[in-house]
Design a protein around this ligand. Structure first.
Ligand code: SAM
Length: 218
C-alpha cells in the first residue's frame, strides 16, 4: 500500500503552484475511492489531468500498467514530468476517440474522474462508447462526477468550476461546464451499454456532491 508521501513524491519535480494543485485535488476529491475499485493490471485514466489518480494507482504497484490520456497538452506535460516518469506509466496527449481507434479491447479498468461535466451532453454517448470500446469484454468502468442534487454543494461546485475554466483557465472545457442529476448520468451509462453495478454518493465530508458509478461493459 502506497503512503500519501510516496504518492506525492513524483510531483516534487513540479513547480510549487502545480504541487499545491495536486495536493488540493487529492484533498478535495475522493480519488482513493476510485483507486480501490481498480480491477486487473492494465488500467486507463481518461482526462488524467496532472495524474493524481494515476499516482494513487501506480506508485508502489509495478505489477500494474497505467495509461493516462488528456487532450490538454499543458496537463499531460505536468503529468509526464511527474508521475509519467514511473516505469509503469504512459502519458499520451490525445482524445478518447483517437485512443479507441488504436487500442480497442486493451484495458481491464477505465477511470473517468470529473470529465463529463466539461463536455456538451451530446458528446457523452460517443465518449462513453469509446470507453466501452477500450475495455476488454466485461471490463470495468469507474466514473466519478459531481451530481446536481439541488444542494448548496452543487451551486458551490458550479461557481468553483466556472472560475477554474473561464477566469483562471486552469481547466480546459470541451464545450460545457455543468452538472446534471444522477438519473441523467445513469441513463447515459445505460445508453452506452454499461451495466451499472454500484452508484454511491461520496459527498459526505466534502463540499462537492461527488457521485461514483462502477459499471461493467455489457
Ligand atoms: C477536473 S479535471 C480532472 C482531472 C483528473 N481526472 C483528476 O481527477 O484529477 C478535468 C480534466 O478533463 C480534461 N478534459 C477536458 N475535456 C476532455 C475530453 N474531451 N476528453 C478527455 N479529457 C478531457 C481536462 O483537460 C482536465 O484535465
Amino acid at each position: 500500500m502506497a503512503t500519501m508521501r510516496s504518492v506525492l513524491e513524483p510531483f516534487d519535480a513540479l513547480p510549487l503552484k502545480e504541487r499545491l494543485f495536486v495536493r488540493g485535488r487529492l484533498a478535495s476529491a475522493p480519488l482513493h475511492e476510485l483507486a480501490v475499485r481498480a480491477e486487473g493490471s492494465v488500467l486507463l485514466d481518461v482526462g488524467c489531468g496532472h495524474g493524481a489518480l494515476i499516482a494513487l494507482l501506480a506508485v508502489a504497484r509495478p505489477d500494474r500498467r497505467m495509461v493516462g490520456i488528456d487532450p490538454d497538452a499543458r496537463k499531460t506535460d505536468w503529468a509526464r514530468r511527474s508521475v509519467g516518469l514511473c516505469a509503469n506509466v504512459e502519458i499520451v496527449t490525445c482524445t478518447i476517440d483517437a485512443l479507441a481507434a488504436e487500442r480497442a479491447g486493451t484495458f481491464e479498468t477505465v477511470f473517468v474522474a470529473d470529465v463529463l461535466y466539461l463536455l456538451d451532453p451530446a458528446a457523452w454517448l460517443p465518449f462513453l462508447r469509446a470507453a466501452h470500446t477500450l475495455l476488454k469484454p466485461g471490463g470495468r468502468l469507474v466514473l466519478k462526477e459531481a451530481e446536481d442534487d439541488g444542494s448548496w454543494r452543487v451551486a458551490k461546485a458550479l461557481w468553483q468550476e466556472r472560475l477554474m475554466v473561464h477566469l483562471l483557465r486552469r481547466t480546459r472545457s470541451s464545450g460545457a461546464v455543468g452538472f446534471v442529476p444522477r438519473a441523467v448520468l445513469t441513463a447515459a451509462l445505460r445508453g452506452a451499454c454499461f451495466d451499472i453495478e454500484e452508484t454511491v454518493s461520496l459527498a459526505r465530508g466534502y463540499s462537492t456532491p461527488h457521485v461514483l458509478f462502477t459499471a461493467r461493459a455489457a
